[in-house]
Ligand binder design. Structure first.
Ligand SMILES: NC(=O)c1ccc[n+]([C@@H]2O[C@H](COP(=O)([O-])OP(=O)(O)OC[C@H]3O[C@@H](n4cnc5c(N)ncnc54)[C@H](O)[C@@H]3O)[C@@H](O)[C@H]2O)c1
Length: 368
């Protein structure tokens, strides 16, 4: 695609994340036009279409088939990701799909193969890769500033209500609970920062039935996990420890909350926290951790027109995800992160579930 060409995008699913991240991200991405949205909830489709001043449809396939759409963003419940992404690939559309990429590894592999066969750009919405502190931590690791990495650990703790959390609490809609919803991003941190995870020993637990909605009305009980923990080994011997929960009282804070990564290398340790998106803590042998500001070049995606420091500091970096998607389409290169990253994450999720069911360590299926 020529650098000067406008990328015409359709949004599929106009719920929470489409409004918070995808729409505003696409609005700032250079050379982008949002043509239409599709949401199967007619009232929502109509309301968002009015708000965003775009055409609103209720049939996502009609949107995908249109000749005046080059790319789609899939932001629906997880169960719809695979059918919609396969449809997009069939119609030659570039596709940015929400995480977890699919309901299981087989589906994710089909999505990756279909996108490759169709030669479309494909991206998984591992949004937190765009946190300035995460970009800088990756740089520190790549240039060897921490020495040889030995340990990786990640935590996601949230204090959510005990009532129904909608489609996210049912296996037939979501695949898994906390594991796919929140731990998936942190599994991806491991892949991004350290490399491929080779084997895991995982545990998940469901603590709550969540059989009432906020108003106390009965709903279908949950059949997914509220808590997940993983011990892992990376290729090359780095150890990994992950814990993710919705039930950590005191860890409130909306979408920010406690999101923590620590890497211990032979020369130094580094800590990333989502609460401090512009800072890394660095600890060298025999000394306490000290804050280090993220240098200017890591404050945003190179193609992002954002002015760092403007807007809500907890939110604006999220818009760089759309900038990466559009830039990759215009430059004719792979998106980072792609469906390959989404599929590798899904391979770990499947291995964790097998490990939990069989109560043993499991090798993670290799995805090429
Ligand atoms: N990357 C992130 O940080 C992040 C954050 C939140 C959610 N997510 C992911 O985004 C996706 C959506 O989550 P959400 O919180 O926006 O959910 P949501 O329930 O707020 O919105 C989903 C929307 O999709 C619509 N929908 C359902 N089936 C559809 C279909 N077949 N075609 C078109 N529209 C359809 C629903 O009517 C709803 O409006 C999930 O996969 C979730 O895991 C990612």
């Amino acid at each position: 695609m020529l650098e000067s060409t406008i990328v015409r995008v359709g949004l599929i699913g106009a719920g929470g994340i489409a409004a918070a991240v995808h729409y505003p991200g696409l609005k700032i991405a250079r050379g982008t036009r949002i043509m239409a949205l599709a949401d199967t909830d007619a009232a929502r489709a109509e309301a968002r279409a009015r708000e965003w001043q775009v055409e609103g449809l209720t049939d996502p396939e009609m949107l995908v088939r249109r000749d005046d759409i080059d790319a789609v963003v899939i932001a629906t419940p997880n169960v719809q990701h695979a059918p919609l992404a396969l449809c997009a690939a069939r119609h030659g559309k570039h596709v940015l799909c929400e995480k977890p990429l699919a309901m299981n590894l087989a589906q994710a592999q089909d999505m990756l193969s279909a996108a490759r066969r169709a030669s479309v750009r494909h991206m998984t919405a591992f949004t937190y890769r765009f946190v300035p502190a995460m970009r800088y931590l990756k740089h520190l690791l790549d240039r060897g500033s921490l020495g040889t990495p030995r340990h990786f650990r990640a935590q996601r703790f949230q204090d959510l209500s005990e009532t129904c959390v909608g489609w996210r609490q049912w296996r037939d809609q979501a695949g898994t609970g906390e594991l796919g919803d929140m731990a998936s991003h942190r599994i991806d941190y491991g892949h991004y920062l350290i490399g491929e995870i080779r084997s895991v020993c995982g545990v998940t637990r469901q603590f709550l039935p969540r059989d009432r909605d906020r108003e106390g009305r009965p709903v279908r009980p949950s059949d997914t996990d509220d808590w997940a923990a993983i011990l892992g080994e990376f290729e090359g011997g780095v150890t990994g420890v992950w814990e993710s929960t919705r039930l950590a009282r005191g860890h409130s804070g909306g979408t920010v909350g406690h999101d923590f990564v620590e890497v211990n290398g032979s020369e130094a340790s580094a800590i990333y926290q989502l609460r401090q998106p512009y800072e890394i803590l660095i600890g060298r042998g025999g000394r306490r951790f000290e804050p280090m500001h993220v240098p200017a070049e890591f404050l945003k995606h190179p193609e992002s027109p954002r002015v760092p420091g403007e807007g809500d500091p907890a939110v604006t970096w999220r818009y760089d995800q759309a900038v990466e998607f559009i830039s990759a389409i215009r430059e004719g290169r792979d998106c980072r992160p792609s469906f390959l990253d989404g599929t590798r994450c899904q391979a770990v999720i499947d291995a964790v579930l097998r490990s939990q069911n069989e109560r043993r360590w499991v090798e993670v299926e290799r995805v090429l």
